[in-house]
Design a protein around this ligand. Structure first.
Ligand SMILES: [Zn+2]
Length: 80
């Protein structure tokens, strides 16, 4: 299943939110860049990331979780 926007599709809002959190754990987006929200696509009916508009509340809500996961990843990397 592919969308004409070429963006990755997330089947539900919940899955898109999880993926957004994962994305912020795995990539060090400088402040003001990277995907910050999700939206329902009118072309495919699935959810995509967007870097436009206001940040999703879940990024604020999960900020400490994201930071903790990042630190955990840093340690894994150093111990390799
Ligand atoms: Zn789409």
């Amino acid at each position: 299943m592919k969308c004409i926007t070429g963006k990755k599709c997330h089947e539900t809002e919940e899955l898109a939110e999880e993926a957004l959190i994962e994305n912020h754990i795995h990539f060090n987006h400088p402040k003001g860049s990277g995907p910050i929200n999700i939206y329902l696509c009118e072309h495919c009916g699935h959810y995509h990331f967007t870097s436009q508009g206001e940040p999703h509340y879940i990024l604020e809500e999960k900020a400490s979780y994201i930071a903790a996961q990042k630190r955990a990843r840093d340690w894994e990397y150093r111990l390799r």
